[in-house]
Design a binder for this molecule. Structure first.
Ligand code: TXA
Ligand code: MG
Length: 318
């Protein structure tokens, strides 16, 4: 098990020695390492068991640090940065040569983000390098939203987890890039598409559901709990199943199954609360006695689009 605490100096020293540290962000916990050190980056891929064709996001605490890594920043990217950073938005920008190819899986663009968490912003301000930080979960599994989630799965592979409490967005960042003048959303996440469109006009949403080497995090079966999952009318599906071994993730309604099997995302129907709870709900379903998980889509607006995306991937079978 890893040590869990709030010692920023300790986190800094480990990172300066090319070691891994799990860090809190407002979206999910990240598995951080020096993004300019190939030795450190390799440790991230290894600890997560992640294929090296799946690139990592560089996290910094200022626009100046973004500019040290990137070039040709489009005006729309500047507008997004000024409106949404620090916050749950990742922007793909042309990389400068100092950014290791290992970080970007050989792609010409690097993903950058200024996260919004006080501990991590303080840590970043004390470092003279960016932090590569994928979600701190084994590849293909649900992202962690508490320090304990990280410890449960990666505790044996890291020495320190910086504990920033429960993540208050609960979904990974929205990823935006540019093709010519067009802004493209490659991953739905913690920044609403509607808010992005208000800032820079219409965007295309291209969240590929198949294996896609250009943005492999969009793999179809991602975020999966270890259980078969069926999305649809919960009451209807439940009537055909054994209640004792069925888990339920509902948006706001209660169902007649053992209490331990039921996870209501938001009894008041609040999509932001549902977003905060979705990943811990998926984790909860990973219990021995549950055989099938029944879930339902939430309203397709705001964070609901990203929640539905994660549900769909969690239910995908390959
Ligand atoms: O909210 C988040 O973004 C969290 C926290 C820790 O910041 N991080 C996160 O990282 O979700 P990760 O590695 O789990 O997901 C990053 C996604 C992957 O799908 C990856 O394929 C994509 O970003 N990505 C990274 N760099 C890219 C690049 N240069 N071009 C295209 N996609 C990229
Ligand atoms: Mg991830």
């Amino acid at each position: 098990m890893a040590e869990i605490g709030i010692d920023i100096a300790k986190a800094r020293q480990l990172l300066q020695s090319d070691e891994l540290v799990a860090i809190p962000t407002e979206t999910v916990y990240g598995l951080a390492a020096n993004a300019l050190s190939e030795d450190a980056i390799v440790k991230v891929y290894t600890a997560k068991n992640r294929p090296k064709f799946d690139p990592l996001i560089a996290h910094v605490d200022s626009l100046e640090k973004v500019k040290a890594l990137t070039k040709n920043i489009p005006q729309k990217a500047k507008d997004l940065a000024s409106q949404f950073w620090p916050g749950p938005l990742t922007i793909l920008l042309d990389k400068k040569p100092n950014v290791p190819d290992l970080l970007t899986s050989g792609l010409n663009r690097v993903a950058v983000r200024i996260p919004n968490h006080p501990l991590t912003l303080e840590l970043l301000s004390q470092l003279d390098f960016p932090l590569a930080a994928p979600s701190a979960n084994p590849f293909g599994y649900v992202s962690p939203t508490t320090a304990k989630h990280v410890d449960d799965q990666l505790g044996a592979k890291i020495t320190y987890i910086l504990d920033g409490g429960k993540c208050n967005v609960g979904l990974e960042s929205t990823i935006v890039g540019f093709e010519g003048d067009d802004a493209i959303v490659y991953r739905l996440g913690g920044t609403k598409v509607e808010a992005i469109e208000q800032a820079i006009g219409a965007v295309k949403v291209n969240v590929n559901m198949s294996s896609n080497p250009a943005a492999p995090g969009m793999l179809k079966s991602h975020y999966s709990p270890g259980r078969k999952m069926v999305i649809g009318d919960i009451a209807d599906n439940l009537s055909k199943l054994n209640k004792a071994t069925t888990g339920i993730i509902s948006f706001r309604d209660s169902f007649d199954v053992p209490e331990a099997n039921l996870s209501i995302l938001s009894a008041s129907g609040d999509l932001e609360e549902a977003a905060r709870n979705i990943f811990s709900s998926l984790r909860l379903m990973d219990q021995k006695h549950i055989e099938v998980v029944l879930a339902e889509y939430v309203p397709k607006e705001g964070l609901g689009r990203a929640i539905n995306d994660r549900l769909k991937r969690a239910a995908a079978e390959d």
